[in-house]
Design a protein around this ligand. Sequence first.
Ligand code: PSU
Ligand code: MN
Length: 306
Amino acid sequence: MNLDRYLNVSPEVKAAIAAGKPVVALESTIISHGMPYPQNVETALNVERIVRENGAVPATIAIIQGKITVGCTHEQIEHLGKKGLAVTKASRRDLPVLLSRGEDGATTVTTTMIGAALAGIRVFATGGVGGVHRGAETTMDISADLEELAQTQVLVVCAGAKSILDLGLTLEYLETKGVPVIGYRTKELPAFYTTHSGFQVDYRLDTPGEIAEAFAVKLDLDLPGGMLVTNPIPDEYAMDLDYINRNIDAAIAEAESLGIHGKETTPFLLDKIQKLTGGDSLKANIQLVYNNARLGAQIATELAGR
Ligand code: PSU
Ligand code: MN
């Protein structure tokens, strides 16, 4: 198989990987489906800058004209951000048709992990990962992100799981699949907009070095799957727990009454929550992504230095 047919790694990212320099993968569904324009593009470019300031090379990943593109240009990021929901949200199952037809796609956590692994990138930073949705015992709505974490060797830095998901079931699923869940300087699973969830992670690790060491063991042993690093939103940007949960409940109720399902669910809820909170949740979302980009770059630097 000629990988070049399907994979396009930018010269800068290719050189960094070849030289063993730290690289951090970044996803594109957060741009097209996770935030409104123009804040999405502004955030994506700031995230790249923060990764650089922390000593690593950013690699924003998307599907551009049928190629998994690792290291998007600013023009490509602008294009994805402007097109927004009109870009296909691309998970694992979308790859065959999108690539064979030469189409564009925004990569979720799942497909960003796939692209990163194909290119040789081990660390990926984002905002939130998909999980087991509330009511999944009847809808069976479980994100493909959890399956990817079970099989692809990429470390994912996120801000925990937000309560549009069933946090308890999400943790159970990750346990079944053998995915280590690490809390960065916390034993409590962060809940995205807030630092408190009432659920515990497996391990608290306090430095990027310790996290890199643990992940390196997983790679050395060639254990399939990734590692989920949950990084709490900085206190000054955290939202009031009751306030955000009330709005999340309202968003879920509306999604149910409209019969929203499948891949539309998560983008619908994110958009609804942003509207209901008058943009407060967007502000928190942006800041936690910056915070994760910083930690991702630090972990990638430690991993590269081993
Ligand atoms: N959660 C967020 N922001 C996001 C997503 C999730 O807070 O942008 C996106 C990510 O790309 C994630 C995807 O991989 O949604 C999960 O979608 P689903 O729940 O349909 O698997
Ligand atoms: Mn789903």
